[in-house]
Design a protein around this ligand. Structure first.
Ligand code: ADP
Ligand code: ASP
Ligand code: MG
Length: 595
């Protein structure tokens, strides 16, 4: 008999009528011949209410007690859903995370799932019950209640779908699927029929709040098809599967993280081990760092900038100030009025010109770009918060995301064509492992013969990035990585890009012509560098990845010249002569960490 998991978010169980409607959907699926597991969130805004109660009690409530408190929201809803199903004459049993046996680590409020026992659920299903699981919670080794982080019920649902071998995981929510961007922010956003795991993973991690990004890690690892759909209608929603909707589109969606903060550590020694010191202090607090930019040093010193979620700012500043003192840094600056706008698309990995199209659109909209980082399938820019919605609208428009892509596959077509099946043995091994949510690595690769061009002292005005990348592309040079970050304290920035070594002279020429036109301070080039790429699933959400990498490279006396991170890849640019040893050290370090 086929099994489906149905997850209902807070708005979908906000009152007793809605709870009855959710119960009806489950009963109907059971009558159609499925075994049904429901995963339910706390009613409405109940979790927010609990959070504010806690903050009335203490400015820094103990994390363990936070989880004890927050888990109660889901316990209320599962019991009510079970009662509703009983009222409809069907059999149902509600279970907490602990009762199911969702084992997590003990990082309270951000716990990760280690294992799930399926025996009890399977027995209850075989007895004809609808099983109703409390979302977002688990239990650690010492039977403490843990929670998975805000929005974590999606992850409970997909994880259960994975271990139970469900046919699909249905995510019932207050929108009828995934849109090209948040439809509440941009009403012109378009409903997407199909989206790939990789694209959804990046979008979710970059701010598309419709799915908890860790749930997509599970879906990708275990090949679970997800159907995101409306609780309030029966229309078809969005399928999240391995394949993309369109092979021709360069960008499939845009996302906004409104509440970001930028931190710059000024004047740290430009030697191996500096990044390690800073980022290990942050990752010890399980804070996810994004947009890491290290400027090319001057006089043996350099600046390192990065962003974190605004809510993590205080804690990050505490962590960084100790590290900065240790390193003898000149100072720390931060800006808490910034937002991150990103575009994502698998097509970007093979199409050129996506970056300068985005930068031109932002310049035309009068938006100044403060930082840039790129990944294989994403580009993110940091802008001031008061320009964030404008910036999002401009990029959504320039990639024509409101229009259907010319070539587009429906879910039915994809299903018919599906022949790739995940390697069954790997899946079984992953499912049996005691670390379901551990980092998964898929490869470590070296790209030799690269060069870097850096423009320093770029004035703080819109349009320069657009000009620069347009001119370089027009000269026929393929740009791979781009990073732009704060350069010193005068509001200017520095921009670095990697290109094939053979194009260094051409690129330097273009850069020098821009230097005059835009009043840049300096242009530098360097050849003989290599890009070392670590690929995997959930590289950013596992906050220790950077530490593992920086430690391995610093141990081999390798200086990291550039870095970018995404959920799928971390790229570092290092001296080409040290690429092989770097690769070996990284392989060893990750093997050790994953053991
Ligand atoms: P639930 O409580 O059901 O988990 P959430 O509030 O977590 O619901 O997620 C649904 C919300 O996600 C939508 O109301 C929408 O505003 C927001 N959202 C953000 N980005 C997107 C997107 N790309 N597509 C659809 N919805 C999005
Ligand atoms: N109730 C939790 C929250 O609001 C979990 C969830 O809804 O996914 O974050
Ligand atoms: Mg949600």
């Amino acid at each position: 008999m086929s099994l489906i998991v149905q997850k209902f978010g807070g708005t979908s169980v906000a009152d007793t009528d809605k709870i009855r409607a959710a119960a009806r959907k489950a009963v109907r699926a059971q009558q159609q011949g499925h075994q049904v597991v429901m995963v339910v969130s706390a009613m409405g805004k109940n979790t927010d209410v609990l959070v504010s109660l806690a903050s009335e009690m203490s400015e820094t409530p103990p994390a363990r007690e936070m989880d004890m408190l927050l888990s109660t929201g889901e316990q209320v809803s599962v019991a009510l859903v079970a009662m509703a199903i009983h009222g409809m004459g069907a059999k149902a049993v509600s279970l907490t995370g602990g009762q199911i046996g969702i084992r997590t680590d003990n990082s309270f409020t951000k716990a990760r799932i280690q294992s799930i026992s399926t025996a009890r659920i399977e027995r209850l299903l075989d007895e004809g019950n609808i099983v109703i699981a409390a979302g977002f919670q688990g239990i650690d080794e010492d039977l403490n209640i843990t929670t998975l982080g805000r929005g974590g019920s999606d992850t409970t649902a997909v994880a259960l779908a994975a271990v139970l071998g469900a046919e699909t995981c249905e995510i019932y929510t207050d929108v009828d699927g995934v849109y090209t961007t948040d439809p509440r922010v941009l009403p012109e956003a378009r409903h997407v029929g199909v989206i790939s795991y990789d694209e959804m993973l990046e979008l979710a991690s970059l701010g598309a709040g419709v799915m908890h990004s860790r749930s997509i890690e599970f879906a990708k690892k275990f090949g679970v098809p997800i159907h995101v759909r409306s609780s309030f209608s029966d229309t078809e929603g969005t399928m999240i599967v391995a394949e993309p909707e369109s092979a021709s589109a360069s960008v499939c969606g845009a996302a906004l993280t409104r509440d970001e903060a930028r931190i710059t550590v000024l004047g740290v020694p430009d030697v191996p081990g500096t990044s390690l010191e800073i980022f290990s202090a942050i990752s010890d607090r399980k804070i996810a760092v994004d947009m890491i930019v290290q400027n090319i040093g001057n006089d043996g010193r350099t600046d390192i900038s990065f962003t974190v979620q605004h809510s993590d700012l205080e804690s990050t500043l505490q962590a960084v100030s100790a590290a900065a003192t240790q390193l003898g840094a000149v100072g720390i600056t931060h800006d808490d009025q910034v937002s991150k706008v990103s575009v994502v698309g698998l097509g970007m990995a093979v199409q050129t010109g996506v970056a300068h199209k985005m930068f031109r659109a932002l310049a035309d909209a009068g938006v100044n770009i403060q930082m840039i980082t790129t990944g294989e399938i994403k580009i993110s820019v940091l802008v001031s918060r008061d320009q964030a919605s404008n910036a999002l609208r401009a990029v959504h428009q320039v990639f024509k995301l409101m229009d259907q892509p010319a070539e587009r596959k429906s879910w039915a077509q994809i299903r018919a064509e599906r022949h790739e099946k995940a390697d069954v043995n790997t899946l079984v091994a992953r499912l049996q492992s005691d670390a379901l949510e551990e980092l998964t690595l898929t490869g470590i690769d070296v790209m030799p013969n690269q060069a870097r061009v850096t423009l320093r002292g770029v004035p703080d005005t819109p349009g320069i990035a657009a000009d620069m990348f347009e001119s370089v592309s027009e000269a026929g040079v393929f740009i791979d990585m781009i990073v732009q970050g704060i350069d010193g304290e005068d509001g200017r920035t520095s921009v670095s890009m990697t290109i094939p070594e053979k194009d260094l002279d051409t690129c330097l020429e273009v850069a020098k012509s821009l230097m005059k036109r835009h009043g840049l301070r300096d242009v530098q080039g360097g050849e003989g560098i290599a890009k070392v790429t670590v690929s995997g699933i959930g590289l950013r959400s596992h906050t220790n990845v950077g530490t593992i990498m920086f430690r391995a490279l610093a141990g081999a006396d390798i200086n990291v010249q550039m870095i970018n991170t995404s959920e799928l890849q971390v790229n570092t640019v290092i001296d080409g002569k040290k690429a092989q040893i770097g690769r070996e050290r990284l392989s060893a370090a990750f093997q050790e960490a994953l053991r």
